[in-house]
Design a protein around this ligand. Structure first.
Ligand code: ADP
Ligand code: ASP
Ligand code: MG
Length: 410
């Protein structure tokens, strides 16, 4: 008998029929003698609908009140799933984040989980009940409702699995595992049987939304056995996130390709080339809580240099406004940018021991006439910034070039 934490995402609970389907799946695990804790998201589209309501009232919704509004989506699904389980003869009890209680810091809309009280859950499990917990939400020390950022139910599930020392955390979604890239963009993408924790961290942070990055971080920190599976298929082992590279693992240099449309590029041209200039440009942006991603400073010529970086697309105008003030102050010649750019990244632990991976990437893009605007690298990834209109083409040709297509590996 094992203790399993299962998480079902929005599409998997998108209708009452699907919620009944989840109940049947949970019942199967119970019938095998396992203890089950279920985390659910809001029904698909619901969180977006709630955010739109809030924005209709306030252009920049008050973060505390926004959390009060958006957390309601998950409250509906936990209640419905508990009913669906009772309807098929199982005992179940639902809990909101504040009831569990899932304590977070007070950073509304992007709160971090600090502690989980497992008392009530353990008592229910001992009574043979299925425990159902609302994903995405928590409560801070003052009793305010908080949420964990988009996709946060993944993190709720992994954190619960860590707190309960569960045998496995299963993330059920609308694809049957982690693929070499988003299968909705590249139909030839392949499901990976395993992916290393390090690769999964990179994939998630570089835009693959199949797992929220914080859930992967949690899994790493507490060594939670984490698996991604389909909620629509009965068979299938999904993808296991592994912590060690073992012999049976697929030995590709590039494990996967991630991409992110949430990018905007800013260029500050003709900046005086002197110590402290990066700080003068990026300091005010950091002070405004804007996260800078890729950064490039050119080698100076004739006492001036160019400075380029990317910010989340939603922060583009705000960043330009801040820089207009900085521009006069530092004496930069020109300020320009583009918010129709995207980042494509190749990820793989195999890159450590192979050279020429980046050049294959650059050659492949060049052959398609795709211009690279910025490049960043780390030990196990190479990212390039390109015009958004070439994003899908870039992902497809890179997928093929690195032998990730189904056909290439059969
Ligand atoms: P859920 O609502 O279940 O949390 P998400 O929409 O958040 O589901 O995540 C699943 C989606 O992630 C898939 O439908 C797929 O389009 C997308 N995705 C992006 N990259 C990948 C990848 N490498 N492997 C699998 N799915 C991916
Ligand atoms: N419902 C939340 C969202 O749409 C959390 C989640 O689905 O993980 O972002
Ligand atoms: Mg998700």
């Amino acid at each position: 008998m094992a203790l399993i934490v299962q998480k079902y995402g929005g599409t998997s609970v998108g209708s009452t029929e699907r919620i009944k389907n989840v109940a049947r799946r949970v019942a199967k695990w119970k019938a095998q003698g396992h203890d089950v804790v279920v985390v659910v998201s809001a029904m698909s589209g619901e969180t977006n609908r709630l955010i739109a309501l809030a924005k209709d009232i306030q252009e920049y919704p008050d973060p505390r009140e926004l959390d009060v509004v958006v957390s309601t989506g998950e409250q509906v699904t936990i209640g419905l799933l508990a009913m669906a389980l009772k309807a098929i003869g199982l005992d179940a009890r639902s809990y909101c984040g504040w009831q569990v209680k899932m304590t977070t810091d007070s950073a509304h809309t992007k709160a971090r989980i600090q502690s989980i009280d497992d008392g009530a859950m353990r008592a229910d499990l001992a009574e043979g009940r299925v425990v159902i917990v609302a994903g995405f939400q928590g409560v801070d020390e003052q009793g305010n409702i908080t949420t964990l950022g988009r996709g946060g139910s993944d993190t709720s599930a992994v954190a619960l699995a860590a707190a309960l020392k569960a045998d496995e955390c299963q993330i059920y979604t609308d694809v049957d595992g982690v693929y070499t890239t988003d299968p909705r963009v590249v139909p030839e993408a392949r499901r990976l049987k395993t992916i290393t924790f390090e690769e999964m961290i990179e994939m998630a942070s570089l835009g693959s939304k199949v797992l929220q990055i914080r859930s992967v971080e949690f899994a790493g920190k507490y060594k939670v056995r984490l698996r991604v599976l389909s909620s629509f298929e009965d068979e299938g082992e999904g993808t296991l996130i592994t912590f060690e590279e073992d012999e049976s693992m697929e030995k590709a240099v590039v494990a996967g390709i991630a991409f992110d449309r949430n990018e905007a590029r800013i260029n500050v041209k003709g900046v005086p080339d002197r110590p402290g200039i990066a700080y003068q440009i990026l300091g005010p942006i950091a002070d405004a809580n804007i996260e800078v991603d890729m950064i490039i400073q050119n080698v100076g010529e004739n006492g001036t240099t160019d400075f380029s970086f990317t910010v989340p697309r939603g922060e583009y105008q705000k960043t330009l406004d801040i820089l207009r003030e900085v521009q006069t102050h530092i004496g930069a010649a020109k300020l320009e940018g583009d918010d129709k750019v995207a980042k494509v990244s190749i990820v793989g632990v195999g890159m450590r021991s192979h050279c020429g991976v980046a050049s294959t990437m650059f050659r492949t893009l060049a052959e398609e006439g795709i211009n690279i605007q910025l490049i960043t690298t780390s030990e196990i990834k190479v990212s390039v910034l390109i015009d958004e209109k070439y994003l899908e083409l870039a992902v497809r040709v890179l997928h093929k070039a690195f032998g990730l297509d189904q056909a290439a590996t059969v």
